[in-house]
Design a protein around this ligand. Structure first.
Ligand SMILES: [Zn+2]
Length: 97
């Protein structure tokens, strides 16, 4: 993982997603296609500015606008209770599980 872009604006949110295997995505990579079948509750770091490295994109509604944003999966939760506890402990306000 590369931390040199941490000064980019980002927000951490919790979503049920299929964590991608790599940036190629399910259409370019068999392992991503396998990964796309599994839904996991994840802490996702969403970047609002484009970066210099290829990252997977996720569709996200923010303030009524739907757009595609680069993201990193920061953490995977075992269950809803774990996700809710993390959100409370860390002030995560944007959670859809
Ligand atoms: Zn892949």
């Amino acid at each position: 993982m590369d931390f040199s872009e941490e000064d980019r604006p980002y927000e951490e949110i919790i979503r049920v997603i299929s964590p991608p295997h790599c940036a190629r995505g399910p259409h370019g990579c068999d392992e991503c296609a396998e990964a796309a079948k599994i839904k996991v509750i994840c802490l996702v770091r969403v970047y609002f500015d484009p970066g210099q490295f290829a990252r997977p994109l996720m569709e996200l509604s923010k303030d009524g606008d739907t757009s595609y944003y680069e993201f990193d999966v920061v953490r995977r939760f075992e269950n809803e209770a774990e996700a809710v506890k993390y959100a409370l402990d860390n002030g995560i306000e944007d959670m859809e599980i």
